[in-house]
Every structure is written in structure tokens, then in C-alpha cells.
Design a protein around this ligand. Structure first.
Ligand code: OSB
Ligand code: MG
Length: 370
């Protein structure tokens, strides 16, 4: 594979419904879409960095800058036997995993298309469908929360995650349990607590949650290991895991019993497969997280979710929960049994609708081999 042209776009898409986490409420996403091309064949990748640096340090603008000025020049015109070699070639640039992932994942799509193979096969997955869960944000009231959970459960989602923060935790979980019974339920704090909240968080143990996701600081492992001694509920790490090495550290320290894999956070598919494999070896289950992706990133996520250690339902849900219409056709739909079929065509197996992409584009740039 030898990428000859890279196109960057900034896209702006309103969300169907606002999404609120412990770090704030958003109603739209602004993200970079990367297209890579060789001899007329194209691959696409979606950068999960948003306009603000609240989930992670990266933003739409830093991703644009890093891809255009540093990553694209490394990759353009260079021969790669396989897309698994790209992440290593970008190692000289420190951090900026979301920028790296957008470019690397576009290259995986291109490579799979050149092979005439489904991306999931190229990644090493063998499922034809994945189990879908939903992530439900903080709502204006507990009544609204119960209503949202009920709606998503009736739709068929196999597990429900609710966002928590101090002041919106025990009562929220208690109300959902009362109203909805013993559904597969978990919580995600997006780093809103400190170790001093341990006894309070242990108050969640009585609800039989599947896990507590990222209760403490975004870059912490040590306090999570201490917290896991205080709470019975399994801790799952999201923000704290940014590499195979940090995953191995977390497992060895006992900082988590479950890992959320997001390729954007990990610099792409190569490192994601590494975390998946390391976790499998240690007997730690993984699930696929979400970043409110459009259909492009969502399709990539579906394909990665077909690897064998993705044994828990993830946050990869139907397109219609996020954007109406989505950028792709056909959209990604969840079936009444709570599963999503993995597209079987070459690459990511979904098609961008050019008019919708054009309408959402606010900036565009092209880079070519000199
Ligand atoms: O912490 O998993 C998270 C969305 C944006 C940033 C961080 C997170 C999330 C979600 C939503 O939980 C998952 C989704 O529905 O895509
Ligand atoms: Mg999370």
C-alpha cells in the first residue's frame, strides 16, 4: 500500500439529542474526516477528537494540525506492506492518538478494500454480528432518566450504561433498578471522583452493577487499584488506558478487571488489537466504547468488535440515536434481538453519501505526494 493523496475535512453535525457527561453537555460534534487514496481506491477514517479538550487533551484543531503537518508527511508516498506497520511509523510523534488513529484506520479501510475483504476479516475478527449496548447521559431529571432507559431497553439493547457524577449517582442507579429491575446495568463517571469517595462508591455495590467505568482521574492507575480494594463492583478503565503498556500496567496493578477499548484513544487498530490480546492473555474481558461517532467511525468500531475477547456488549449502538440522517447509507441499525449485523462488503462496508458529507463540511484540505 502506498498512499498518494490525503484529504482532510472538518465536519459539523448536530446530535439528535444532547449528551451530558460529568465533563459537560454537548449538542453537536465537530470532527475531522480523513480520506486516503491510492490509484482511485479510497479509505476513510473519523477522528474522535471533539471541539473541546474535556474528555482528552486532543481537539478537532489539534488533530487537523498534527495530521496535516506531521503525520501525513510521514505516510504519503511511503510503502507499507500492511496497515499494522503504520502506527510504529508514526511513533516519532508523541501522543496525539486520536489524530494517529483517524489516519491509521482510514489506511486499514483502504487496505481491506484493496484486498476485496471485509475490514473485520483483515483485523482478525470472525463474528458476523455484535451485541449492542447504550450509553445514556445525565438527564434533566430522574424521571427523564428512567424514561430513556425504558425506551432503550424496549428497543432491545443488551445492556445499559448510565453516566454518573457526584450528586447524580446512587439515586440515579436506585431509581433505574426500581423501575427497570435486574437489567444488565453499569455506570460511567468519566473521572468525576477521587479516592476519598471510595466509601460512597462502595454504596453502589448493592445494585449488582456489571462495572464502574473510570471513576477516578483520567491518567490514574494507582488510586484505581486502591479503590478496587474498597469496592466489590468491577472497575473498568477507559480514559486511563492509552496504550498496550498502560493496559499491562493496569492489569498488573489490579487497577481494573475490565477494559473499554476505543481505537481513537489508543492510536488506531494496531494498538487496539494489542490491548485486546494482552487483556485476553490476562483473562480480562474487553468491550468496545463509543465516542458519538458518525456512521464512518461506527462502522470501524463494529468491525473491531468482532474480535474474540470483546465478550461484553459495548457502546456501539444504532446510527439513528446520534444523527438524522447519518453520513452513510444504509445506516447502522440494531435488530430487535439487540445485535447489529457487521457489514460484509469490502473495507468498512458502508458508503458515504457525498451530498451529506458536503453539507456538513466547513473546511477542506488536500495533501499529495510531492
Ligand atoms: O466515556 O465512554 C465515554 C461519549 C463521548 C466521550 C466519552 C464517552 C462517551 C460515551 C458515549 O459514553 C458512547 C456512545 O454512545 O458513542
Ligand atoms: Mg467512558
Amino acid at each position: 500500500m502506498r498512499i498518494e493523496r490525503i484529504e482532510l475535512r472538518v465536519l459539523h453535525l448536530p446530535l439528535v439529542r444532547f449528551f451530558e457527561t460529568s465533563f459537560g453537555r454537548i449538542s453537536e460534534r465537530t470532527f475531522v474526516l480523513v480520506t486516503v487514496e491510492e490509484a482511485g481506491a479510497e479509505g476513510v477514517g473519523e477522528c474522535v477528537a471533539d471541539a473541546h479538550p474535556y474528555y482528552s487533551a486532543e481537539t478537532t484543531r489539534t488533530a487537523w494540525h498534527i495530521i496535516a503537518d506531521f503525520l501525513a508527511p510521514i505516510v504519503l508516498g511511503r510503502h507499507f506492506d500492511h496497515p499494522r506497520d503504520i502506527y510504529g511509523a508514526l511513533a516519532r510523534v508523541r501522543g496525539h492518538n486520536m489524530a494517529k488513529a483517524a489516519l491509521e484506520m482510514a489506511a486499514w479501510d483502504l487496505y481491506a478494500k484493496q484486498q476485496g475483504a471485509s475490514l473485520s476479516r483483515v483485523l482478525g475478527g470472525d463474528r458476523t454480528a455484535i451485541e449492542s449496548g447504550v450509553s445514556i447521559g445525565i438527564q434533566d431529571s430522574l424521571e427523564d432518566l428512567v424514561e430513556r432507559v425504558s425506551i432503550e431497553r424496549s428497543a432491545g439493547y443488551r445492556r445499559v450504561k448510565i453516566k454518573i457524577k457526584p450528586g447524580w449517582d446512587i439515586d440515579a442507579v436506585s431509581r433505574v433498578r426500581q423501575a427497570c429491575g435486574e437489567i444488565p446495568l453499569m455506570v460511567d463517571a468519566n473521572a468525576a471522583y477521587t479516592l476519598a469517595d471510595g466509601p460512597h462508591l462502595a454504596g453502589l455495590d448493592r445494585f449488582g452493577l456489571m462495572m464502574i467505568e473510570q471513576p477516578l482521574e483520567y491518567d490514574d492507575l494507582r488510586d484505581h487499584a486502591r479503590l478496587q480494594q474498597v469496592v466489590r463492583t468491577a472497575i473498568c478503565l477507559d480514559e486511563s488506558i492509552h496504550s498496550v503498556r498502560s493496559a499491562a500496567d493496569a492489569i498488573e496493578l489490579g487497577a481494573c478487571r475490565i477494559i473499554n477499548i476505543k481505537p481513537g484513544r489508543l492510536g488506531g487498530f494496531t494498538e487496539s488489537i494489542g490491548v485486546h490480546d494482552a487483556a485476553a492473555e490476562a483473562g480480562v474481558p474487553v468491550w468496545h466504547g463509543g465516542m458519538l461517532e458518525s456512521g464512518v467511525g461506527r462502522a470501524h468500531n463494529l468491525h473491531l468488535s468482532t474480535l474474540p475477547n470483546f465478550t461484553l456488549p459495548g457502546d456501539v449502538a444504532a446510527s439513528c440515536r446520534y444523527y438524522a440522517p447519518d453520513l452513510i447509507d444504509p445506516e447502522i441499525v440494531m435488530r430487535p434481538d439487540g445485535t447489529i449485523a457487521v457489514p460484509s462488503g469490502p473495507g468498512i462496508g458502508v458508503n458515504l453519501v457525498p451530498d451529506r458529507v458536503a453539507a456538513a463540511t466547513t473546511e477542506k484540505m488536500e495533501l499529495r505526494v510531492e
